[in-house]
Ligand binder design. Sequence first.
Ligand SMILES: Cc1cc2nc3c(=O)[nH]c(=O)nc-3n(C[C@H](O)[C@H](O)[C@H](O)COP(=O)(O)OP(=O)(O)OC[C@H]3O[C@@H](n4cnc5c(N)ncnc54)[C@H](O)[C@@H]3O)c2cc1C
Length: 395
Amino acid sequence: MTHPRRTTVGIIGAGPAGLLLARLLHRSGIDCVVLESRDRDYVERRQRAGILEQATVDALRAGGAGERMDREGLPHDGIELRFDRRAHRLDFPALTGGRRVMVYAQTEVVKDLIALQLADGPPLLFDARATAVEGAHTDRPVIRYLHHGTAHTLDCDYVVGCDGYHGVTRQAVPQSERRTYERGYPYSWLGVLAEVPPSSDELVYAHSERGFALLSMRTPAVSRLYLQVPNGTDPAAWPDERIWDELEARTAVDAPWKLRRGPITAKSVLPMRSSVTEPMRYGRVLLAGDAAHIVPPTGAKGLNLAVADVTVLARALDRLHRTGGAELLDAYSDTCLRRVWRAEHFSWFMTTTLHTAPGQTPFDTRLQRAQLDRIAGSPHAAAELAENYTGVPLP
Ligand SMILES: Cc1cc2nc3c(=O)[nH]c(=O)nc-3n(C[C@H](O)[C@H](O)[C@H](O)COP(=O)(O)OP(=O)(O)OC[C@H]3O[C@@H](n4cnc5c(N)ncnc54)[C@H](O)[C@@H]3O)c2cc1C
């Protein structure tokens, strides 16, 4: 194949951020190239997020990637909180003036975007690992990359790092010009996929002294389930029966309800971290999605933030392309960081309210229950959670 030597926007990473950005730019008539270090099969199978905010649903539709999502996605009008063997439902539309979320797996979002890109989009190269971004502060930044092991360069007007938390683009910003704010958590999630219909119509977030549990789903036939586990846990230490027994113990309520069990098809351990790198732009290099910020998954915000970033960025590049006006691009970092820090706070709040930390005292546990009681008993507190969960509209 011939390798493109130059493009307007060089995009590193074909996760949801990179793929949607390419789609939106293509629709605006702006040429771009996407470089992805992994192969297509790996990218399409990677199990990750599954809850889409309304703004994410709208952005995917705007990118022409909403057709299968609208057919197969599951609109959800609430979640259930469980603590103290009681269940409390939060009714999102009632609490937020009509907002809801959509359950549609990140694997499917990525498959839809890749199919569109390969059908009529600009170049998308798999097995193309960016090794360096040079000249961030020049008019012509360059991406160096290896495609199937052979070295190439791509000259760009702009480079967008959509290459996730472990990507290379952040390194293009001199250390003196960037600041990273981070926080670790003393627990991880054991996530499993099970070939069994969900035990509840909506997601169940369970607080218990044994640790947090989340009952979620991918489709009407596939459950996605999570257990809080200690950092460094080996999934092999969790045979299937142990997982089901622990899920049952942590989600138990004093009401008729039964956890459905079935064959577990995948297990993995996901560490939890909060991190934000500022600013999200340096010269002609921009960061989007997990490349700039990550959140613990308890608030279901990672994928939604990635989509919000590239929606704002695509609008800014479209303005520049059509009118020469750079004001939206100049505001990109500040515009995104406001939403990012709101989501960071919410994700931290959900995580620390619902998990049981090692060494947590009975006093700490009573404080958590007081907070959960407040959400269950006060429409104001419930609305605060519901607004954050369903996501604020894009500016
Ligand atoms: C293991 C894991 C599990 C998760 N589970 C959940 C969950 O259950 N719920 C939830 O809400 N959120 C979850 N998240 C968060 C959510 O999936 C992410 O926020 C989302 O994927 C962000 O999209 P992105 O496009 O910014 O980054 P990514 O999806 O990480 O995409 C980055 C892409 O860049 C590629 N790349 C990296 N380096 C290079 C390079 N040098 N050259 C070229 N390409 C490169 C990567 O291969 C990848 O395809 C999870 C994240 C991880 C990592």
